[in-house]
Write a protein that binds this ligand. Structure first.
Ligand SMILES: C[S@@+](CC[C@H](N)C(=O)[O-])C[C@H]1O[C@@H](n2cnc3c(N)ncnc32)[C@H](O)[C@@H]1O
Length: 205
């Protein structure tokens, strides 16, 4: 049985996100991905950055199966660990001491608008306790700027999200940044991405 899932957005955005990562990833080291979803990003980034140990995580067991299936399908089983069962709200996160000590940064793609605001709070709080000085947290997704949508399609997407679950929704970048600075991150770099998305790069103070 093939447990691989196919998320169409990943095929559209993986090259552009990979380009951002290429600026911030160290030459070698370990990155933890939160909410790895299908696992398509993970195997793409592991292939593009072979000297990085790309550690996936996911709270949804069906998605974890997909991640494992993608790792296997791409012949990366010897290189990549299996996905961690990680729900950002269940703190502390279940990271081994080896992972905690070798970690260089954390990446979270397209999660914070498709989960309650409490997940964003947990994500930022927990990453701030794990990351050391100058290590990075990279977020990717749609954001409001100055509490305004940056495109009509984001506005419509926000309505669709909130009708699916009132606790979801496109977040205001200023609020995310305020939370991050309150939790020990420097002001972020903001990179405009295709399809009205942003990459936000926070570094720990
Ligand atoms: C739109 S998908 C994005 C998946 C993947 N990062 C991508 O870009 O294709 C949203 C992801 O957030 C995850 N998620 C939602 N709530 C979560 C939580 N409390 N802890 C960790 N992940 C969560 C979902 O399981 C799902 O994988």
């Amino acid at each position: 049985m093939d447990d691989r899932l196919f998320f169409s957005a990943t095929q559209r955005n993986k090259a552009a996100i990979g380009d951002v990562l290429s600026t911030y990833l160290p030459d070698s080291g370990t990155v933890l991905e939160i909410a790895s979803g299908s696992g398509e990003h993970a195997v793409s980034f592991q292939t593009r950055f072979p000297n990085i140990n790309w550690q996936t995580s996911e709270c949804n067991p069906t998605y974890r199966k997909s991640i494992s299936a993608w790792i296997n399908y791409q012949g990366l089983s010897a290189k990549m660990e299996q996905p961690l069962d990680l729900d950002v709200e269940k703190k502390p996160w279940p990271l081994t001491s080896k992972l905690r000590t070798t970690l260089n940064g954390i990446v979270c793609i397209n999660m914070i608008h498709i989960s309650p605001w409490s997940c964003t709070k947990s994500l930022i709080y927990e990453t701030s306790t794990i990351l050391k000085s100058d290590q990075f947290l990279i977020l990717y997704g749609p954001f409001k700027r100055n509490n305004k949508h940056i495109s009509h399609s984001n506005f419509q997407f926000d309505i669709a999200l909130r009708s699916q679950n009132p606790t979801w929704g496109v977040r205001n970048l200023d609020e995310v940044c305020k939370l991050a600075t309150e939790n020990g991150f420097k002001n972020p770099e903001v990179i405009e991405m295709p399809a009205n998305n942003l990459s936000i790069i926070f570094h720990r103070k």
